[in-house]
Design a protein. Structure first.
Length: 234
């Protein structure tokens, strides 16, 4: 059985891991760890500390053990560009995509994207926490990177591969990607004809995932699962 995994708040130069905040509370009060309890601890930067709790106090847990570092993956990366959603469905979608191991998410504002009347404070920080928490589930070492929400017409840094999910398009070919790819998922209510034409003029190729219409959340999750599987194929 895999060891329980916790998030590090600090990793010092000697390889001693410091766990604080909610992670420390869960470790010390919920599972009642004691010196000698074996755990895993990660920092979201490629470090994996596998060892034992050496001490606990009111404020932190200290862990010492074998420290490994995994460099970022070098294979072709891919990303999802998904319409910004309301808070609860967006948080749920981010959690699902992060657990699937999506390398990068680019929230986009389309013409039919429903925006909140008031800007959310701390939204980016909350998303980052969700991505880190997902590492405790999928056992990866690098979290999904999330860009700040961007208007569709300001989308830049486009990779060579450009895919637009579109119910009116032919089926997505299940061939392994050979280069970096950005997959776009439109808003509830679909993209406008003008947006579709503008994206085609920028080199996006339309494909369909399903015979029926999918909600934005389902389309994004399905696309992520398919692309993750294709990216692992030789």
């Amino acid at each position: 059985m895999p060891l329980r995994r916790f998030l590090l708040s600090h990793l010092d130069e000697e390889g001693l891991g410091h766990i604080t905040g909610e992670e420390h509370h869960h470790l010390s009060r919920v599972i009642r760890a004691r010196p000698g309890t074996r755990v895993e601890a990660i920092d979201g930067k490629g470090h994996l500390l596998t060892g034992e709790v050496v001490s606990l106090d009111r404020h932190q847990t200290l862990v010492r053990g074998e420290l490994l570092h995994q460099p970022p993956p070098s294979e072709p990366r891919w990303s999802l560009g998904v319409s910004l959603l309301k808070r609860q469905p967006m948080d749920q979608l981010i959690t699902q995509l992060a657990e699937l191991g999506v390398p990068r998410l680019r929230p986009l504002v389309w013409e039919r994207t429903e925006l909140s009347d008031r800007p959310e404070s701390g939204r980016q920080e909350r998303w980052s926490r969700l991505c880190l928490q997902a590492l405790k589930v999928n056992r990866l070492l690098y979290p999904m990177d999330i860009s700040p929400p961007t208007p569709l017409n300001r989308l830049d840094n486009l990779p060579e591969g450009r895919v637009l999910l579109d119910i009116e398009a032919p089926a997505l070919p299940l061939t392994p990607p050979r280069h970096d790819t950005l997959i776009l998922v439109g808003p509830p209510g679909d993209m406008t004809a003008e947006e579709r034409d503008a994206l085609h003029s920028r080199g996006f190729i339309s494909y369909n995932l399903n015979v029926g219409v999918l909600r934005t959340e389902m389309a994004a999750t399905a696309a992520a699962a398919i692309w993750a599987a294709l990216s692992r194929r030789p």
